[in-house]
Design a protein around this ligand. Structure first.
Ligand code: SF4
Length: 90
């Protein structure tokens, strides 16, 4: 799950991460309330910034990482709701 350096740090420092005791699906949820719940779990995480940096660097396709929603490697404020596809010029 984590890049080697971060994994080594977690092991060396004996850290326990909030997401380890949560439902993993929460971090990849579609519902805004679930996304916010996942973000809240990250608030007290000791590796929060490294987690986020790694997700951006790896261009994670989707999920809550380091307390932020990441889509295609970019931090987004909120998930775009599903809707009709854009019109394509004929
Ligand atoms: S910041 Fe990353 S490692 Fe920490 S709880 Fe959130 S998802 Fe887990």
């Amino acid at each position: 799950m984590f890049a080697t350096a971060l994994g080594a740090r977690i092991e060396a420092e004996g850290l326990t991460l909030p997401c380890w005791s949560a439902d993993p699906e929460l971090f990849f949820a579609e519902a805004p309330a679930d996304i916010e719940s996942a973000k809240a779990l990250c608030v007290d995480c000791p590796v929060r910034s490294a987690c986020l940096d790694g997700a951006v660097e790896r261009r994670e396709p989707y999920g809550v990482w380091g307390g932020q929603l990441v889509v295609s490697g970019a931090i987004v404020a909120r998930k775009r709701p599903r809707g009709r596809p854009r019109k394509v010029a004929a």
